[in-house]
Write a protein that binds this ligand. Structure first.
Ligand code: FES
Length: 249
């Protein structure tokens, strides 16, 4: 097993902070959430985008480029267009230092990483149970299309949704973090989408434009947009670029 690599001291990161570092010459992202530390490879398995500026919700991080989500504990890819897990790392706090090493890789390509707690002397924990398949979002089980086709379609859909601009904030709905899930099935797609607030006056317009943006694609006959308010939207869901444009730091 690879040796532990020191990434930071326990005083370096406050809750919510993150930093990039290297383990065995590979770029990694160390994140502190509350008193827990998570460490994952700093490269999206879809197209290599660094994850450092990706919005974090709970223990999930979203790639800011095309919207793939990953579990920070297991590295599991939770939605398209990524289909492969990112490597996760075991983390422990010891002698005032935060250390990490690559986690054991399971058959399903997720890694058994874990959060290291700041108050624990040695506190690498086993990965939490993966969510049951019925609760997972992401690629359909259908074998009607190849993985590459599905990924290409997902990217095409996300790029098309990026053409839908919130008329008040002048940011597209993908970078605003309004798109929660995209579930393609043959020539249909179901999208879970939220609004920045339940009373958003542009809501009906955005829903309609999202539907049209998808249905103009050759691969999509019907797009169904589900407006969901849970979990509620927060500014943390925006990409860094969107936050910069809005002057939110
Ligand atoms: S590079 Fe991350 S989703 Fe495409």
């Amino acid at each position: 097993m690879t040796d532990w690599t020191p990434l930071a001291t326990t005083g370096d990161l406050q809750p919510g902070d993150r930093r990039t570092a290297f383990v065995d010459d590979e770029p990694v992202l160390l994140i502190r959430i509350g008193d827990d530390y998570f460490c994952v490879a700093d490269a999206c398995t879809h197209d290599g985008q660094p994850l450092g500026d990706g919005p974090i919700d709970g223990i999930e991080i979203t790639c800011s480029r095309h919207g793939a989500r990953f579990n920070l504990t297991s590295g599991e890819a939770l939605c398209m267009p990524a289909t492969e897990a990112i490597l996760s790392y075991e983390v422990q706090a010891r002698d005032g230092q935060i250390l990490a090493r690559p986690a054991k890789v399971n058959d399903n390509r997720s890694a058994t990483g874990g959060a290291g707690q700041i108050d624990g002397e040695v506190s690498a924990e086993p990965a939490e149970e993966s969510r049951p398949a019925s609760e997972k979002t992401g690629p359909p089980d259908s074998d009607a299309t190849s993985g590459d086709d599905e990924t290409a379609d997902a990217v095409e859909m996300i790029e098309s949704l990026r053409e839908v601009i919130d008329p008040e904030l002048l940011i597209n709905i993908v970078d605003l973090g309004l798109i929660y899930d995209i579930r393609p099935e043959h020539d249909k797609v179901t999208v879970d989408m939220t609004l920045t607030s339940p009373a958003c006056p542009a809501g009906p317009q955005l829903v309609q434009q999202a539907k049209l943006a998808l249905e103009k694609l050759d691969s999509i006959e019907t797009a169904e947009i589900n407006l969901v308010m849970t979990p509620p939207w927060t500014p943390e869901r925006m990409t860094d670029d969107a936050r910069d444009k809005l002057g939110i730091f």
